[in-house]
Design a protein around this ligand. Structure first.
Ligand SMILES: *Cc1c(COP(=O)(O)O)cnc(C)c1O
Length: 484
């Protein structure tokens, strides 16, 4: 490869940055999101070489195409420390399970918190620890969670040198299992703050604290939200791993053997903030032979609406439904801007206009012919799934295949079935295990979901949590007294 690997903002800011600079940053200075200047390309020979690698070494190969400011041996060691059989339970890390001819589930939720966010967050924990030690710095991560993100962040950062986590959550509003998962952590660098309020209050507090620039600088406040490029690039890896596994299996309708033709696969992705499927887009841009990227939403169908009509309309909190696939309950999709940047030929000025002006003023924008491009050129199709669909899909999957799936994965599978092509294997990304959303499983199946042995009885463990009022000053006070 030639030249350094640099990152640009989607809103056209002239700065070019290295990976480790953006690792600890959130948004670009102009409010945009970071993307690499160009996508490194793979070909049939690269894929043949990578096919036989362990997941950790595959991760290293992909990461090293995006990171040139961590020495290769260190990066390989970080990947190998992250993706172990001990942490993920299998040698494959993300094993593929066949449901029926041409339809697979890719298991992304066998990490410490049983949701796919572990796949990226675990790597982020090691990257943060490495980079902070190298700089001799500390970081205090402040976040708001209604479940999956907070627990994934805490399990990734627990015991890490130089990092503390202050995680706000709405008091009493997470499932008992999710509360137990987070509050049972006894690590000194993890602080659970149960806020007397709803999730929006928690988010408002995080915003208020982050907007106090003096406080933010003095206490080195950072975040781990899904717009972090490092999280996204870590997720690119399992698209490759899924591809390799699916194309090893016999397919009932193999594609014609064209000149140098590589078999294709499609992915169906339960989506909220567009982080997961954006990683699929990046994999496809790198040359991984992906036919369709099937985007599934729940009743919060901001993204399905866009891919059907070209209208991107963010929702207010009153219009945001509380559903039984709660990790997809979004009002706007924070990573979506990355895809629009590619869709509009990387026109930073146009992006700045759409996101900083039009969206801010009107709460929506409309793209015309470009939406056809999203389908024709970028492979995107979409669909939506409701509570009734989830129940029916969970029931059907259990009855026909003996497999219990969670509510988010059910949304993905439901929409995947609307876009099956008999010639192309469809890989549905399993984004959580059913135990995390037990109430809906009981509603669908009349029985409790299976619980992995390591989580037996966690609800009874001692809890480490501080209750605070919905007040940014109280949270600042807590941070200040725990940063000494
Ligand atoms: C976060 C999450 C999603 C949505 O992923 P995005 O990257 O936000 O699109 C889907 N399912 C589960 C279980 C999640 O935790």
């Amino acid at each position: 490869m030639t030249g350094p690997i640099l990152y640009v903002s989607t809103r056209g800011h002239p700065d070019r940055k290295h990976f480790c600079e953006i690792l600890l940053e959130g948004l670009a200075p102009d409010g945009g999101l970071y993307l690499p200047e160009s996508y490194p390309q793979v070909n049939a020979a690269t894929l043949a070489k990578w096919r036989t690698l362990s997941y950790a070494d595959l991760a290293f190969e992909i990461l090293s195409l995006y990171i040139d400011d961590i020495p290769a041996d260190d990066l390989r060691a970080l990947a190998r420390k992250t993706y172990t059989e001990q942490v993920y339970g299998t040698k494959e890390i993300v094993p593929l399970k066949k449901l029926e001819d041409g339809v697979y589930l890719e298991a992304l939720s066998n990490g410490p918190t049983l949701a796919f966010k572990d796949m990226a967050m675990q790597l982020l924990g090691h990257l943060f620890e490495y980079e902070l030690a190298r700089r001799g710095e500390e970081l205090n991560i402040l976040g708001a969670t209604s479940g999956d993100t907070g627990s994934a962040a805490e399990y990734a950062m627990r015991g890490k040198q130089g990092v503390r986590v202050f995680m706000t959550s709405p008091r009493g509003r997470m499932s008992p299992f999710q509360q137990a998962q987070m509050f049972s952590l006894q690590d000194a660098n993890i602080h659970n703050l149960a806020i007397e309020g709803v999730f929006d209050d928690c988010q408002d507090i995080v915003k208020a604290v982050s907007n106090d620039l003096d406080f933010k600088r003095k206490y080195r406040i950072g975040t781990v939200n899904s717009i972090n490029w490092a999280r996204l690039v870590a997720q690119v890896v399992y698209y490759f791993a899924g591809y390799f596994q699916a194309t090893e299996r016999p397919h009932p309708n193999p594609p014609p053997e064209g000149e140098g033709a590589m078999p294709k696969v499609s992915f169906a992705v339960p989506s909220g903030n567009f982080g997961n499927i954006c990683a699929g887009h990046v994999a496809r841009m790198m040359g991984l032979p992906i036919d369709r990227l099937v985007l599934a939403t729940n009743e919060n169908d901001v993204l399905d609406e866009f891919f059907r009509t070209g209208v991107y309309r963010v929702r207010g909190s009153k219009e945001t439904h509380e559903t039984s696939s709660p990790s997809m309950d979004i009002s706007k999709a924070s990573n979506f801007e990355r895809f629009v940047f590619d869709l509009l030929a990387r026109d930073g000025a146009k992006l700045r206009y759409l996101f900083a002006e039009e969206l801010a003023a009107k709460g929506q924008f409309t793209l015309g012919a470009e939406v056809l491009q999203a389908r024709e050129h970028y492979g995107f199709v979409s669909g939506r799934s409701t509570h009734a669909d989830r129940l029916a899909t969970i029931r059907d999957t259990y009855e026909r295949f003996g497999t219990m799936i969670d509510t988010h994965t059910a949304d993905g599978l439901k929409v995947a079935r609307e876009h099956l092509d008999p010639r192309v294997p469809m890989i549905v990304l399993e984004t959580a295990l059913p135990i995390k959303f037990a109430a809906t499983i009981v509603e669908a199946l009349g029985r409790e979901p299976e619980r992995p042995a390591k989580f037996a009885g966690i609800e009874a463990l001692p809890k480490r949590v501080t209750v605070l009022p919905a007040d940014a000053a109280a949270v600042k006070q807590f941070i200040a007294t725990h940063c000494a």
